[in-house]
Design a protein around this ligand. Structure first.
Ligand SMILES: Nc1ncnc2c1ncn2[C@@H]1O[C@H](COP(=O)(O)OP(=O)(O)OP(=O)(O)O)[C@@H](O)[C@H]1O
Length: 227
């Protein structure tokens, strides 16, 4: 059984069709990267998986349970956690205090160590760099089994990007990851599977190698990034 099963999801906003029959599975332990042009429906898909939006049609199942109508504050407890493009860390709290808000069932120490946060545990949120804030929000999300990560690389400098790939590789050994990513090279570096979303539909799903082997995908979606 797949960890996440998305079946025939549809979501419209007024006359705009954001998701138009999206179906795919994510296996436990898989790292799935979602790519696609602006307005493709990537964020709406995350919103429907977490229950921030309820789809007009279709189902989302997590660990075999139908969570389609479960609101987001409850899906977090079922094991789906999310990070946002706008990093949500409390400025007036220290790193350790921020992480204590993550409702960890076990000690968060392992995740703090993995994300190199132990040395800065007493630094206040307001003093953190963007890279540090992103690692705090990753630690907070890491209590989940399935982590939905929205553009984790945006705003990072050329030294921080490969370091973040390293952190995500380490996280991927313990968790199932879904990432929305605009940088194709980074996406393909991390992905076990890639999902191309366009106009609210899954255009193709497969390994990075399968994407690169597909001439239509190369021409239509990968552009000059496909070397
Ligand atoms: N709350 C909303 N109200 C109205 N329209 C929305 C809303 N959320 C999304 N849309 C529309 O749905 C479509 C899909 O948007 P979505 O944000 O999911 O795309 P995306 O692939 O995440 O885009 P981007 O890469 O630019 O973030 C777009 O046309 C968008 O304008």
């Amino acid at each position: 059984m797949a960890l996440l099963e998305v079946n025939d999801l549809e979501r419209t906003f007024g006359g705009i069709v954001a998701l138009d029959g999206v179906t795919f599975d994510v296996a436990s332990g898989e790292t799935n990267v979602i790519i696609g042009p602006n307005g493709a429906g990537k964020t709406t898909l995350f919103n429907c998986i977490t229950g921030y939006h309820i789809p007009d049609h279709g189902t989302v199942r997590f660990q075999g349970t139908d969570i389609t109508s479960t609101p987001d504050y409850k899906t977090a407890r079922t094991g789906i956690r999310r990070t946002f493009q706008e990093v949500d860390v409390f400025d007036e709290l220290t790193v350790a205090e921020n992480i204590s808000l993550g409702a960890f069932e076990s000690s968060p120490r392992e995740m703090m160590e993995l994300l190199d946060l132990l040395d800065i545990h007493d630094k206040e949120g307001s003093e953190l760099t963007l890279f540090e804030r992103k690692r705090v929000s990753l630690a907070l999300a890491s209590e989940g089994e399935l982590l939905l990560l929205d553009e984790v690389f945006s705003g990072l400098n050329p030294t921080e990007k490969p370091a973040m790939v390293g952190y995500l590789d380490a996280l991927a050994e313990r968790k199932t990851l879904m990432l929305i990513e605009h940088d194709i090279e980074t996406a393909f570096d991390l992905a076990d599977t890639v999902t191309i979303l366009a106009q609210g539909q899954v255009m193709k799903r497969g390994t990075p190698e399968e994407m690169l082997d597909d001439e239509t995908v190369r021409e239509d979606f990968l552009g000059e990034m496909a070397i």
